[in-house]
Design a protein around this ligand. Sequence first.
Ligand code: ADP
Ligand code: ASP
Ligand code: MG
Length: 836
Amino acid sequence: MSRSALAAPAAPPFVDAAFADDAFAAHKFGGSSLADASCFRRVAAIVDAQAGPRQLIVVSAMRGTTDALIALADDAIAAREGWRNDLTRLRQRHVATAQELLGENAPAIGWLDAEFARLAHLLDALAVLGTPNREAIDAIQGLGEVWSSRILADLFVSQGRACARLDAREVLRIGHGELGAVVDWDASAANYAAWRAQHAQPWLVVTGFVARTREDRDTVLGRNGSDYSAAIFAALANASELTLWGDTDGVLSADPRLVPDAIPLADLSYDEACELAYFGAKVIHPQTLTPVIARGLPVRIRNTFRPEHAGTAIGQPGVDATRSPVKGLSAVQGLAVLTLEGAGMIGVPGTAERAFGALHAAGVSVVMISQGSSEHSICCIVREADAARAEHAVRRAFVAELARGEIASVGVAAGISVLAAVGDGMAGQPGVAARLFGALARCGVNIRAIAQGASERNISIAVDSADVARALRAAHAAFWLSPQTLSVGLVGPGKVGAALLAQIEAARPRLLREHQLDLRVRAVATSRRQWLGEADGAAAWSQSASDGTDLDALVEHVHAEHLPHAVLIDCSANDAVAARYADWLAAGIHVVTPNKHAGAGPRERWQRIRDASANGARFRYEATVGAGLPVISTLRDLLDTGDELLAVEGILSGTLAWLFNRYDGSVPFSALVHEAHALGYTEPDPRDDLSGTDVARKLVILAREAGTGLELGDVAVESLVPPSLRDSSAEDFMRRLSEFDAAIAERHARTHADGCVLRYVARLDRDGHASVGLAELPRDHAFAHLRLTDNIVQFTTRRYRDNPLVVQGPGAGPEVTAAGVFADLLRVAASVGARL
Ligand code: ADP
Ligand code: ASP
Ligand code: MG
């Protein structure tokens, strides 16, 4: 259960009803809109541009002033020197702003001097006392609004406007309740009427944030309380609408500081706005809406810096079925989870009531509650600052049960944040929670507690604060509020890697536009150089790579906290890189690769990789066999649909296919090998192809896919590399290639004479016997008619027994291999929620 929309109070009296035909338009300008003199001018221009004759303008303090005032009081009390300098700076900032706007000798300057002199006295008194004094601190906190309202009102007057300044302390009476300030509407309305009788001006500038208690002491409405002030005065003045002006294009779908892709929302219902505000969307104060809901007043949130933008309209709910069920997400940080556990609670009525009664008595406000239906535990979320008090209160309430062991434990854990997904459209729509939980699961965020309000307008999830940014972004993308973002790192930008980067670069704009998929290549590393960046690695890495590769640093960068999904693409042919996959997968990083070392490496390591990929992160390796051809996925589909593999036979090396398709004895075999190497058809070391190892690896990968535990050593391999060349360096080997030529020429001549062709064939039979080597095939054999680098794989299965299933096509070359890797990358993207 979560806290539902704030209850609306009785409608405040309509004092200015006499002017109903010409109702006030109410505005509030936040501190960010009043940072300096040019901001004040901008605000004046905005008000000037309003159509109606009556404008009521509530102001915050100049940006940062409230924080500065609170710090001044704290520092004075703690006798931290330096506060006098800070005070001087604050005074100078206000005086300079006033002088720039109103002139050197404007009355406001003398007035400001007097105000600051009084503040200095107050701070001196606090410094002497040396202890916090609530009343003095409350009075000090609100002074920024007093000053800014004077500057703005005088500016309007200087521009010839009939404008009065209303110091809210003269009118607004409040009490302090558990949920914050409570307006005494009767007293405030009477005061307003009396004040208005003396001030008939059509424009009013009103101090936000400040008020007085019923005992006539200066106080404030709570941090960010100017929004509330604006709503209160809009109600008192019977305004027809309220606009809250800030520095964003309205209410965004999430806090832009946590989710840079957040989008402005065109409209929100009051209930949605209440939920978002309550759960931390700082753009609107939770209490703001109580007076305006009571009157059905339309509210707009707009950007002072972009007044041409329509902003967000808040009002009665509008139904728009085409939109995402979730409108926005918010997060409250700085919370703690309190749990009460024990079998003794099961079936005992009143346990929850006692726990919450104890919290209430201790003055602890509960942000969220969840209880399992087993009644074995109750868990609730409180503010971190209240956590110790909350734990103590609950322990005291259950001291007897704890002693008897009926309650096993009461504990608190700090460092919790609550993420809330909000939207009227969630009600009655199945699958919303699943989408949200799925998104968090896929980015490896653990959920501590869950609550959904009966209104179904809000699902709240408690997570560790360390995870909150990632969780917000993943959820934001899951509801298509922002593109699905993948943080991509690529190791080994050789021929395949480079082709892949070019393909990604070319496809990126389309994927973003048509599929809301944002592939960010954020790291590229060769064995000697690496580049770490933000998004454009596919285009930019090689110009700005630096010497020295540190794979750990690369992985850490790619697996960034703030991006929900990380993928490492290994385009190296390196066994040492493959040795890291299991750790990467276990850490939640997806791995995509054409590198065969993992799939064909030691069985125990391969098993660890499979196990690590079983829970969460994906491991995809389609391009390890047949480059871009759907070989592994075809086999998987056969097996997953219940077929049984009886045999595999094929030409699995594009290189060897090409060599033997081309070889007719007219050109030396070694010359063809050189050509294939230059075309990128061979592995970096062509011996991997010619020795048969590469083909054997592919056969092992297929065999393992089919469930056998085949090891590379189990494959009978016929190597084409003469023993004398097996141990030399790759360069030496390339130089001495012609040592091949005689043996191959002789074998070819013999085969040819028999009416056959030579092909390098891989075979796996139903007993698990695996072999790769040269076969002499009749000229009409299916394998004898391949073109160029074509691969062919025949799957003989229970279903495809008489006529095997054949996959055939180009099976080598950087472009097609890269395309196979790219397709895997897109499958990973789809698995984390991209709409492909
Ligand atoms: P003001 O001084 O105008 O009252 P605040 O600093 O109180 O401004 O709050 C506005 C800030 O709240 C924005 O600049 C933005 O960074 C932050 N914010 C948090 N959540 C949201 C949201 N959902 N939509 C817009 N802004 C938000
Ligand atoms: N100036 C006050 C604050 O910073 C009130 C407000 O700006 O809404 O909390
Ligand atoms: Mg604010």
